[in-house]
Every structure is written in C-alpha cells, then in structure tokens.
Design a protein around this ligand. Sequence first.
Ligand SMILES: [Zn+2]
Length: 195
Amino acid sequence: MGGPEIERLIQLFAKVPGLGPRSARRAVLKLLQYPEARMLPLAQAMAAAARAVKHCALCGNLDSVNPCAICADPKRDHTMICVVETVADLWALERSGVHPGLYHVLGGTLSALGGTGPDDLNIRPLLARVQPGDVQEIILALSATVDGAATSHFLTDRLAASGVHVTRVAQGVPIGGALDVLDDGTLATALRARR
Ligand SMILES: [Zn+2]
C-alpha cells in the first residue's frame, strides 16, 4: 500500500513520541490529501528546525540561538535560577509564566539503581554558574520521587558553600517530566510555595 516513499514516511512518523503505527498511518494519510498546503510546509519547517536547533551552553535549553533567548534576556531576573530535570519541564514552566528568572536543565536525576551519578548530569556547570556571586536564589523544581529528593539533597549540599539561598517547590506536586500536564494554577502555587 502506498509505495516505498509513503511507507518510509509512515515508519518515521511511527517513531514520533506519542504516535504508534496506527496513528502514524492516519496522520500521513491526512497529510497526503493536502501535499502542497500541509505536507511541504511541515517538511520545510522540520528541516529548518533541525538545522537551527542548539543546546544553550548556559542552561541546557533548546533554542535556535546560543545562549538561548531566556538566558540572553536582560529583563529576566538573573539572580534566580530554577533547576529542572528536562527541557520539557523548562518549557512547561515557561508557558505558565510563573518564573521570572533563569533556568538550569539537569538532564535527569541521580539514580543509584539506574547508575546515574553527579558527573552524568549537568551539575558541574550549575555550580560554575553560581560561582561569580550574582545568583541569589536556586529553586529546585525536581520530581517528588525518591531520586528527585536525593538529587535535591545532593544539590542543596553542594550549593551550601556558595552562600546562595536554596529553595524547593512545594512537596507532593508530581513534577519532573510531568510538569507538562499540570495546569498553570498548580504550577504557580507550587513555585510560590517554595521553601
Ligand atoms: Zn539558556
């Protein structure tokens, strides 16, 4: 069905997170009905994004510029850094508009079982960002799991010497990868209720 070009497209679509073979087939079929209006713009946008994407050397965000637009924005509060596990968490917090400061993406949590140690995460660059003394508050917004809590403890320990104020978002909020599904009110409450 559909020839090799279309089969290949369906196979690639099926690898998109959230899509399986069935929904990939349905999406491709839908797009094929509007090759000029929908498919070519999508293909061009994907190629452009793939060429443009960069990791921010400061915070680990994904953007088309490095440093990212958040790190480069002079209107943001550069004395506050919110530490998150993933870029998805950063984007979710950013959409909610509750955090006026900067971010730092760890890339996960420490995990004894999973064999993830401090050097596997973006921790050293975080400590380096705090060094110059401009940062006054680090907000830890990590998941409310055993690993998330262990990571928060570890970071609080390592940051103690810097004299920076370390806070955590309210406990019991299922963040970390799941930030995405929280509504803005919950996020705002969690961030304001930090301690
Ligand atoms: Zn950045």
